[in-house]
Write a protein that binds this ligand. Structure first.
Ligand code: 6R9
Length: 651
């Protein structure tokens, strides 16, 4: 991780985008002093933000740090549903839309804060009626309908940690997660809509429950109706609407300790079973509230849309808790971006006059591939801020996003964070920080991030290392559910008092952070560290390339050799000649050492359902190994066809 030369290409990105003056003038964070203020006393900085929330009882101690365990706002009592719903519904935001929802088939619903209050209270009573008490776990397996955030908030109201399982996961993954957290109740739906078809959630849930002894009851929301063809099990399964009809309209919120668990969310580890990331109440809420306010510059009149699924942490923090804690109006969309047409997202932006739009690089690259005519045919003039999350965004995609979607008017915030971190840790504050395409820029105020070598020593600018966080932050995971040993081992064993992110990074002369992907995504080619991401960035700069995934495959002499899986843009033909040209293109751009040994053209790449390219599988394919676990793949068929290709027409 200490090769000084490998990262020059990224660091040569010199384009600088200062905050547009009219944006800067109105930004929530417009005083650069915010950084120095937070740095001089980070505990006081976070405490000041926590004070903007509603507490039943104030904390007596801001932070207790006994590495690797942190506690924030000790002694404080609050309820998150009160912060996200009651205080708006009981005040001036009563009639303000909280959720503007659009189903894939085109049906729409608007829930004001008062509506949300009513639904959350009722469902909280439903949960209590099913015997759910503070501390009991509730598993949630739902499509993107308003009842999903309602269920989360109702769990928070009664103090039951929720564990959301993404609706695209299999029965087996659902069962594994239910059993691991010992959930008492499952909330699901008869199905969801995806590209015009029905996602059979209840059917999969039934399969999962064949061997899930802790589940006592199942609540089923009716989204599909007849076409779902589901069966209800007497004494176990209840219809959402029937229980809601009978439920009392008011439910007293459980006074939660700051450190009581809010949720458990499973995330895949590089080895072994998924990890149950455990988040608590006071610190998490403070972190998501503050980052939403300052990174997304959220204002009273904004129409905010985060396109993630609530099954992922991005949806937890930036569809549900962060925006609602700020009293925002959020757009929520159920389905696919190309149903019925490839302009669906832009149609939604136009229709609801979305002002803040937050999506992932993989989506951005897909939109690029589809071509400009789709966004160009819609009125995107309402947009004022764009966000990106999930993986490093290559400069090409960043520029496309900024120009084609943002019309060079909107700041782009590239936000780095993890399920574990709970909220954004590295990102520009859009009114203060000049952005550079491909860089997440600077740590959020109060966050002390660093790039270190194996010995934990800070690396000078231009030298690659591991991204670590040197001091605790409010929304950090507290441990792994039922596995504190693994928590210590995964995050705190490499560097004892610094949080190990598992990501590689490099800082430039201006102190900007450039994320290099997971450290296991770094190739060692003839002794040189080369980031797969750097090669990918280079490849997508070629006009013929829509998307590229690069891995290091075993090589007798060089140790590892770069192999590139490439999707060509519409209008280009994948030929041997093009493969040759691409190899030269990369060699020319990054140096001969980076020249890919293999170019494999493909129509698609294996991605997790959250859109991350599964490089581990690509490595297995390139090295001819038996494929490991593919259960988290969005489309397992992609792997089979790639395997065939690699063996067949390697170029
Ligand atoms: C929020 C989320 C976390 C991993 C993280 C990193 C990658 C996320 C990124 C980014 C570069 C960004 N990642 N955002 N890399 N720039 N803006 O995605 O959480 O699913 O837990 O993934 O995603 O590698 O370590 P999660």
């Amino acid at each position: 991780m200490t090769d000084p030369t490998a990262d020059q290409a990224l660091l040569e990105e010199k384009r600088l985008f200062p905050p547009p003056p009219e944006f800067a003038a109105q930004a929530n964070a417009r005083d650069p002093e915010i950084y120095a203020r937070a740095e001089s006393d980070f505990e006081a900085f976070w405490a000041g933000l926590a004070e903007e929330l509603e507490w039943f009882e104030k904390w007596h101690t801001t932070l207790e740090w006994t590495p690797p365990h942190a506690k924030w706002f000790l002694g404080g009592k609050l309820n998150i549903s009160v912060n996200c719903v009651d205080r708006h519904a009981k005040g001036s935001r009563k009639d303000k839309p909280a959720i503007l929802w659009e189903g894939e088939p085109g049906d729409v619903r608007t829930l004001t804060y008062e509506d949300l209050y009513r639904e959350v209270n009722r469902f909280a009573n439903v949960l209590r009626g099913l015997g759910v008490q503070k501390g009991d776990r509730v598993a949630i397996y739902m499509p993107m309908v308003p009842e999903l955030p309602i269920a989360l908030l109702a769990c928070a109201r009664v103090g039951a940690p929720h564990s959301v399982v993404f609706g695209g996961f299999s029965a087996e993954s659902l069962r594994e997660r239910i059993n691991h957290c010992g959930a008492k109740v499952l909330v699901t739906a008869d199905g969801g809509w995806r590209r015009g078809g029905v996602v059979p959630l209840k059917k999969w849930a039934d399969e999962a429950l064949e061997d899930a002894p802790t589940i006592e009851s199942v609540v089923v929301y009716e989204r599909i109706g007849e076409r779902a063809h589901i069966s209800m099990k007497e004494g176990r399964d209840y219809w959402w609407h029937e229980l809601m009809e009978k439920a009392e309209p008011e439910c007293a919120p459980e006074p939660m300790d700051s450190e009581d668990i809010l949720f458990i969310l499973y995330t895949s580890g590089s080895t072994g079973k998924p990890k149950g990331i455990q988040h608590t109440t006071g610190g998490y809420l403070t972190g998501v509230y503050a980052t939403t306010k300052y990174v997304f510059d959220l204002k009273e009149d904004d129409i905010y849309w985060c396109t993630a699924d609530i099954g992922w942490v991005t949806g937890h923090s930036y569809i549900v808790y962060g925006p609602l804690a700020n009293g925002a109006t959020c757009v929520m969309y159920e389905g696919a971006p190309d149903t019925p047409e490839r302009d669906r997202f832009w149609k939604i932006v136009e229709k609801y006059r979305v002002t803040i739009f937050y999506t992932a690089p993989t989506a951005i690259r897909t939109f690029m591939k589809w071509g400009d005519k789709f966004p160009n045919s819609c009125d995107l003039s309402s947009l004022r801020l764009l966000g990106s999350v999930g993986e490093p965004i290559n400069p090409e995609a960043w520029i496309w996003y900024s120009s084609t979607i943002g019309k060079n008017r909107c700041p782009v915030v590239d936000t780095w964070w993890q399920t574990e971190t709970g909220h954004i840790l590295i990102s520009p504050l859009p009114g203060l920080i000049a952005t550079k395409p491909g860089s997440a820029t600077k740590p959020f105020p109060g966050i002390l991030a660093d790039v270190v070598n194996d010995q934990g020593e800070s690396m000078p600018p231009g030298r690659k290392g591991y991204l670590v966080i040197r001091r605790p932050w409010p929304g950090m995971l507290r441990t792994l559910w039922m596995d504190d040993d693994r928590y210590r081992q995964v995050y705190w064993s490499r560097f004892k008092t610094m949080y190990f992110t598992g990501d590689g990074a490099v800082r430039d002369e201006d102190g900007y952070f450039w994320l290099m992907g997971r450290v296991d995504d770094v190739m060692l080619v003839a002794g040189h560290n080369i980031s797969t991401m750097e090669l990918e960035s280079a490849l997508v700069e070629h006009p013929a390339v829509a998307e590229a995934a690069v891995i290091g495959r075993k090589h007798e002499i060089k140790g590892q050799a770069p192999a590139a899986f490439v999707i060509v843009r519409e209008g280009y033909v994948p030929t041997e000649h093009l493969a040759f040209e691409l190899k030269n293109f990369v060699a020319h751009k990054l140096g001969a050492i980076c020249r890919p040994d293999d170019i494999i053209f493909t129509a698609d790449l294996p991605k997790t359902r959250s859109g991350k390219i599964m490089r581990r599988l690509l490595r297995d394919i390139a090295e001819g190994r038996v494929l490991g676990d593919t259960t988290t793949l969005a489309d397992p068929g992609v792997v089979a066809s790639l395997k065939e290709k690699y063996a067949g027409d390697e170029t």
